[in-house]
Ligand binder design. Structure first.
Ligand SMILES: C[S@@+](CC[C@H](N)C(=O)[O-])C[C@H]1O[C@@H](n2cnc3c(N)ncnc32)[C@H](O)[C@@H]1O
Length: 264
């Protein structure tokens, strides 16, 4: 029952923005994961921390029998609406990746795209990934680079918010292969690919407008600050994104890791 209060806050925080406008920019990474782990007809597929269902919907359209689970009820609702619009059949459920409501070995494939890395207890998540994936089954994760890209803008937000409670794992260590081997290497044979899903926008300010309206962690933080602190955070954010001019706007490199595993 570790971190229950924190996860309760996180379920509200992740659902506080509609998220879809942010997730759309992750399409190169989502497509990369789907190429690395192609769905087979009728296989049982679990997409954890599914958000608005990007991977779950792709897997279902590819023929898998898909369950998508997320901590945030508001995002699960959006995922269901999106799946219906896409003509995909997915069972979406609210739940916690650290304590899954599924039996041992009940899935052929388990995925999570920039998802389970945000759960506070890394060991609990790793144990659940191994428990619900059948022997010979597949694991597919997307995680962010440990120090660059998305890690950078979490560093920008850090001085404006309280430090996480002691014992909470940093999400970005899921981008470190040594950490992954330690967490998952006994249960899965692992291999890795890398890629980039840049955050582009017409201006640095437009990227701020998107994230402060649609991305739960940034929106929740911005909404919690008084006017001066909010303006200071925005100025830091805009200065950071202005380092990446591209064409008529900006494009921030966001390196990621694709982790592919076979359950031992
Ligand atoms: C950055 S979003 C990624 C969403 C989606 N997988 C994608 O690629 O667009 C992170 C997601 O992790 C979910 N999440 C965070 N902690 C979780 C937990 N303990 N159990 C289940 N989902 C969790 C959040 O609610 C959020 O939807």
């Amino acid at each position: 029952m570790a971190f229950e209060d924190l996860k309760q806050k996180q379920s509200v925080m992740w659902g506080s923005g509609p998220y879809q406008g942010v997730s759309d920019h992750l399409a190169p990474a989502h497509d990369h994961l789907m190429r690395a782990i192609e769905p087979a007809a009728d296989e049982r597929w679990l997409d954890l921390a599914t958000g608005t269902g990007e991977i779950a919907i792709r897997a279902a359209l590819g023929g898998a029998e898909v369950t998508g689970l997320d901590l945030a009820p508001d995002l699960i609702q959006t995922a269901g609406t999106r799946a219906t619009a896409a003509g995909a059949t997915v069972v979406f459920e609210v739940g916690d990746a650290e304590s899954l409501p599924y039996g041992d070995a009940s899935f052929d494939t388990v995925t999570s795209s920039f998802g389970v890395m945000f759960a506070p207890d890394h060991s609990a998540v790793a144990a659940e990934l191994a428990r619900v994936c059948r022997p010979g089954g597949r694991l597919g994760l997307l995680t962010w680079h440990p120090t660059e890209g998305v890690a950078d803008f979490f560093k920008i937000m850090a001085p404006y918010q309280p430090a996480p409670p002691e014992g909470v794992g940093s999400p970005f260590t899921w981008g470190d292969r040594d950490h992954l081997e330690e967490l998952l290497g006994d249960s899965f044979e692992l291999s890795y690919e890398t890629g980039d899903a840049p955050q582009a926008g017409p201006s640095a300010e437009a990227v701020w407008d998107l994230f402060s309206a649609e991305y739960g962690p940034t929106k929740t933080l911005a909404d919690s600050l008084d006017d001066d602190r909010r303006a200071a955070l925005k100025a830091d954010w805009v200065a950071y994104f202005e380092q990446f001019p591209s064409g008529d706007g900006v494009s921030q490199p966001r390196p990621y890791l694709v982790v592919v595993g076979t359950r031992r």
